[in-house]
Design a protein around this ligand. Structure first.
Ligand SMILES: Cc1cc2nc3c(=O)[nH]c(=O)nc-3n(C[C@H](O)[C@H](O)[C@H](O)COP(=O)(O)O)c2cc1C
Length: 203
């Protein structure tokens, strides 16, 4: 049983969530978890202007995902920062390169799941995940979210991401907030939940 966590992260928030998702999936016996980032499309100078070079150093050891790797996974959990309420362009470009897999129906019946990061509480937490699901449905994937069994999504005593659609974090306007404990727990839960469902589907 193979779970693939595929993400893009400019300032490290989604990466932190991706690590928690992977840790959650790894908790299940007999599950292999790989973590990959999608190719960067921005030139170095633009990354520098965006103040992202330091954060990029912390994740450059993560292998870049090859489209073919999706074919080997039983479940794929995608992580993206929001861009105007949608997935980021780097992830869009990566998904747009999966036409060959779509043509062959390779991803049909595999589990697909999404987690996100936004700057603000209402700047795309839900829309980014739900609009991402459209691409996964076109690929014939079985969508899995974050069930209310993860009770942390009910919290109102602190600011928190997390919804039935998937785990999420709120990075702040300057990226000053890293994922909270509750958000990381949500990510772990989602990873484990996806792995458990994929295990059932493949048994
Ligand atoms: C071009 C652009 C568009 C963005 N659009 C939104 C948005 O619509 N809503 C929002 O809350 N944050 C938005 N953000 C902020 C990012 O989502 C935020 O930097 C990201 O979640 C941080 O995650 P990362 O460190 O993993 O990249 C935008 C950032 C950029 C650069």
């Amino acid at each position: 049983m193979k779970v693939l966590v595929v993400f893009y992260s400019l300032y490290g928030h989604v990466y932190k969530m991706a690590e928690a998702v992977a840790a959650g999936a790894s908790q299940l016996e007999g599950v292999d978890v790989d973590i990959r980032r999608v190719p960067e499309t921005l030139p170095h100078e633009v990354l520098e202007k965006m103040g992202a070079l330091e954060a990029q150093k912390t994740l450059e050891h993560v292998p870049v995902c090859e489209v073919e790797e999706l074919a080997d996974a039983d479940a794929i959990i995608f992580g993206t920062p929001t861009r105007f309420g949608n997935m980021c362009g780097q992830m869009r470009q990566f998904l747009d390169a999966t036409g060959k897999l779509w043509q062959a129906g390779t991803l049909i019946g595999k589990v697909g799941s999404v987690f996100v990061s936004t700057a603000t509480q209402h700047g795309g937490q839900e829309s980014t995940i739900l609009s991402f699901h459209i691409s996964l449905l076109h690929q014939g994937m079985v969508i899995v979210g974050l069930p209310y069994a993860f009770q942390g999504q009910m919290r109102i005593d602190e600011i928190t991401g997390g919804s039935p659609y998937g785990a999420s974090t709120i990075a702040g306007g300057q990226g000053e907030r890293m994922p909270s404990n509750n958000e990381l727990e949500a990510a772990k839960f989602q990873g484990q939940h996806v792995a458990a469902i994929a295990k059932k589907l493949t048994s």
